[in-house]
Unconditional design. Structure first.
Ligand SMILES: Cc1cc2nc3c(=O)[nH]c(=O)nc-3n(C[C@H](O)[C@H](O)[C@H](O)COP(=O)(O)O)c2cc1C
Length: 113
């Protein structure tokens, strides 16, 4: 079974029809300077509006880890405010205090594992 076939099992038939997996470069590796990505699937930043007081929580853990489990190579996390007033909604995540670090580190550690 090819890598392309394995990767597409999670997608529905419409997506499989839209992407010619065997000919697409999507699942081929890409090297940029010293970093080699195993595929070219990248999750863009998407505000989830699911935080209380700026903290990453269980929702974010499941949300971001699910992409990693599916094999994406890069995840760009959502807009993360460095001051409370930088948020575009009260439910945005942030990193304006040391207490915000551990919940985000937990997500990063899980994805790296
Ligand atoms: C619901 C939603 C939330 C988004 N949140 C962010 C965000 O937090 N930070 C950011 O830089 N871009 C955000 N974007 C923009 C997306 O990351 C992406 O750049 C945009 O959807 C265009 O994607 P495309 O170039 O693949 O069409 C958001 C987009 C959507 C639809």
């Amino acid at each position: 079974m090819s890598l392309g076939t394995v990767q597409t099992q999670a997608f529905n038939s419409e997506v499989v029809k839209a992407v010619n997996v065997e000919k697409s470069k999507l699942f081929s590796s890409l090297t940029n300077k010293s970093v080699t990505y195993k595929n070219r699937v990248i999750i863009p930043p998407m505000c989830m509006y699911s935080s209380t007081d700026g903290f990453f929580n269980e929702f974010h853990l499941a949300h971001y880890a699910s992409f990693a489990f599916k094999g994406v190579t890069t995840i760009i996390i959502e807009a993360t405010a460095v001051e409370p007033r930088d948020r575009i909604s009260p439910h945005d995540v942030g990193l304006w205090s040391d207490e915000h670090i551990a919940p985000l580190k937990r997500i990063v550690d899980l994805i790296r594992s």
